[in-house]
Write a protein that binds this ligand. Structure first.
Ligand code: ADP
Ligand code: MG
Length: 326
């Protein structure tokens, strides 16, 4: 069957029933029947359609590092969509694009050609964070620090810079809107999400030193767990020597395809290893999610009723209600 979702060539509004959505994208929980999925979607869609209540704000800014040295696992997609979802849930969010490819900047429709104030200026030149952040054109409460191609050189340029691994931490901590309500007031950021490049170099290291929480997206595919050992070793090393506040607090299973046994197997294995750290909500593989960036949008605005958008909204809600670390 060719679903309307996969054949859509324009971003026009398509009304689909929950059953159609479920039928075209059987991507929720592995064991659910089409009827169960339809019911699930219908509940999710109904709740979101009536503007679900926002979630409480954390007591202080939560700095979350979205990292996994594997490329293509959904780091950028998860960063931008969780950011947009958190904003929709009433939070104030800052996204820092730490990948020279600038994909998060593209998805959030923020200019990132050479010359635009960017992550590079902050890390290498020491520009204050407030001077390189700009507001997203889509969401009032979303700010973005874009990444330009200059950042590709930063990995090498930073080597000879003083305190090279704590540049990002200093920049974030110095921002007047980062901290507790007493420190940073009502306008404070609730979340700072850092989108890391697919490597464990100095850029990612800066993020791991800057954040207290790490969010690891894991693609529900064969080899998903490969490389995870190395990532966790790096986290331990950083925790021991550079940032003892760091914890892996959140694991998100992405590109989940319930039609395959493999995806279910990988998800089970991840849950076995990491227990409650893994969000209950997995993100289904969905064409809408992958199309959104080419329209300079997140799926949260591109197709708010789609399974991908509803899942990111649920995942964001879980993150927010799981609560801030003390
Ligand atoms: P990373 O930042 O880890 O390299 P991306 O977020 O860029 O990974 O995702 C890699 C590719 O997979 C992109 O083309 C993206 O559009 C696609 N993708 C990510 N999540 C999904 C999803 N849930 N469904 C379909 N495609 C996805
Ligand atoms: Mg990326």
């Amino acid at each position: 069957m060719v679903s309307r979702e996969t054949s859509a060539s324009s971003p026009g509004f398509v009304v689909r029933t929950a059953a159609e959505v479920a039928d075209s994208e059987p991507t929720f929980q592995s064991e659910s029947t089409p009827l169960a999925r339809a019911a699930e979607h219908s509940i999710l869609a109904r709740r979101s359609a009536f503007g679900r209540p926002s979630v409480g704000r954390p007591a202080q800014t939560r700095v979350m590092v979205v990292a996994n040295q594997k490329g293509g696992v959904g780091k950028t997609t998860s960063t931008v969509n969780l950011a947009a979802a958190l904003v929709q849930l009433g939070q104030r969010v800052l996204v820092i694009d730490l990948d020279p490819q600038g994909n998060a900047s593209t998805a959030l429709s923020v200019e990132h050609h050479r010359g635009v104030p960017s992550t590079y200026d902050m890390l290498v030149e020491g520009s204050p964070l407030a001077e390189v952040a700009s507001q997203s054109p889509e969401f009032e409460n979303l700010s973005v620090v874009p990444a330009t191609i200059d950042l590709a050189g930063a990995e090498i340029e930073l080597v000879s810079v003083v305190a090279r691994e704590s540049r990002l931490q200093k920049a974030i901590d110095a921002h007047p809107l980062v901290g507790t309500e007493a420190e940073a007031g009502e306008e404070r950021f609730d979340y700072v999400l850092i989108d890391c490049p697919p490597s464990l170099g100095l850029l990612t290291l800066n993020a791991l030193v800057a954040g207290a929480e790490m969010l690891i997206p894991i693609q529900a595919e064969y080899y998903a767990l490969e490389g995870l050992g190395q990532l966790l070793e790096t986290v331990d090393m950083v925790k021991k020597h550079l940032n003892n506040r760091l914890d892996v607090t959140t694991i998100l299973i992405t590109m989940y395809d319930a039609r395959t046994r493999l995806a279910a197997g990988v998800a089970d294995e991840v849950r076995e290893h990491f227990g409650d750290t893994v969000l209950k909500t997995s993100i289904p593989r969905s064409v809408r999610v992958s199309e959104a960036p080419s329209y300079g949008q997140t799926v949260m605005t591109y197709d708010p009723g789609s399974p991908g958008a509803l899942s990111y909204l649920e995942a964001a809600r879980e993150m927010a209600t799981k609560g801030a670390k003390a």
